[in-house]
Design a binder for this molecule. Structure first.
Ligand code: E4P
Length: 217
């Protein structure tokens, strides 16, 4: 399972990268705004900074909602850096743009996916990644994890190569459950990754080992 971090925060990206377990980054316009990154040029520069920190794929989202605009923006994003993945919204023009970029060999991430049918369309359009938002489904009393299971079944039935990128992950149990269900990738906040480290028996055991070692010294 690949681990992506879902943030535009440089310090958090560096911290995850330093752990040696980071496979990529996802961003969106809200995450950029949260870090105070506004304006076209600043946003473009920020994508380059992120690419220079991580080794893997960095999803950069288009703002246009029409096909021509998405193609124009997506091409500019892809030209920024070889690690950029063009993130497109799950609407009709987004699917059309996804097919355009797939045919050109440019990586894509279909975002704002909330149903198995949308995921099927993303795969048909040749998306590199499909991003089902599990936390936002949970927020409205709908089982987000069930969507991951449904997409896994559909993709396996037909051998689709689109990777299931479990998005809107909120906590460590989401990560573990997505791993059990066979999601290819997860993206979430740094805490959803570092939280996986925690176990009181590890902390207690280490304290005891150190205590016993020091008895003999
Ligand atoms: C995915 O690419 C999105 O950026 C993200 O996972 C959305 O998560 P949220 O529902 O916590 O905003």
């Amino acid at each position: 399972m690949k681990f992506f971090i879902d943030t535009a925060n440089i310090e958090q990206i560096k911290e995850a990268q330093d752990m040696g377990i980071l496979d990529g980054v996802t961003t969106n316009p809200s995450l950029m705004a949260k870090e105070g990154i506004t304006g076209h040029d600043n946003i473009m520069k920020h994508y380059i900074s992120i690419c220079n920190i991580v080794d893997g794929d960095v999803s950069a989202e288009v703002i246009a909602t029409d096909y021509e605009g998405m193609v124009r923006e997506g091409e500019a994003l892809a030209d920024l850096h070889g690690q950029i993945v063009v993130k497109l919204p799950m609407i009709k023009d987004g699917i059309k743009a996804c097919k355009y970029f797939s045919d050109k060999g440019i990586k894509t991430n279909m975002t704002l996916v909330f149903s198995p049918g949308q995921a099927l369309l993303a795969a048909k359009a040749g998306a590199t990644y499909v991003s089902p938002f599990i936390g936002r489904l949970d927020d409205i009393s709908t089982d987000g994890l069930n969507l991951i299971a449904e997409i896994r079944l559909i993709y396996d039935n037909y051998g689709f190569e689109t990777e299931i990128l479990a998005a809107s992950v909120r906590h460590t149990m989401h990560v573990i459950d997505c791993a059990k269900l066979g999601a290819d990738v997860m993206t979430g906040p740094l805490s959803s990754i570092t939280g996986l480290l925690k176990h009181p028996l590890t902390d207690n055991g280490l304290a005891k080992f150190l205590e016993d070692y020091n008895k003999g010294n």
